[in-house]
Design a protein around this ligand. Structure first.
Ligand SMILES: [Zn+2]
Length: 108
């Protein structure tokens, strides 16, 4: 019984990873490494920004309009066909700053 359950979970995991690979290949999601082996998959595929909380590790989209001038400026410095960019802002999230984040309490 345990073996069947384990095999079922392995098949589900393989199915999920295969679908993630397909979505990445089709450009319908973006994947990014955020340190410590954390990979985030994002359905927003245009240029946008992320905030990474250095205390609890939460990664969130950053609600700031993408700066197309940054992409244009990068094109002046690199011979590549640059299609977009992403920026990560680091700091302490509002929940951690207020001291009421369940995650931040766990890590202290
Ligand atoms: Zn935090």
């Amino acid at each position: 019984m345990k073996t069947q359950r384990r095999n079922s979970r392995q098949r589900e995991r393989i199915y999920v990873y295969r679908n993630i690979a397909i979505l990445l290949e089709e450009g319908r999601i973006q994947g990014g490494e955020f340190g410590s082996g954390i990979v985030r998959y994002d359905a927003v595929t245009g240029s946008h920004y992320h905030f990474v909380c250095e205390r609890c590790g939460t990664v969130s989209d950053f609600a700031m309009p993408a700066r197309d001038d940054i992409t244009a400026a990068a094109r002046l410095f690199a011979p590549h066909h640059i299609a977009g960019h992403t920026i990560r802002f680091y700091g302490v999230c509002a929940a951690c700053a207020a001291g009421d984040s369940a995650k931040s309490k766990k890590r202290r």
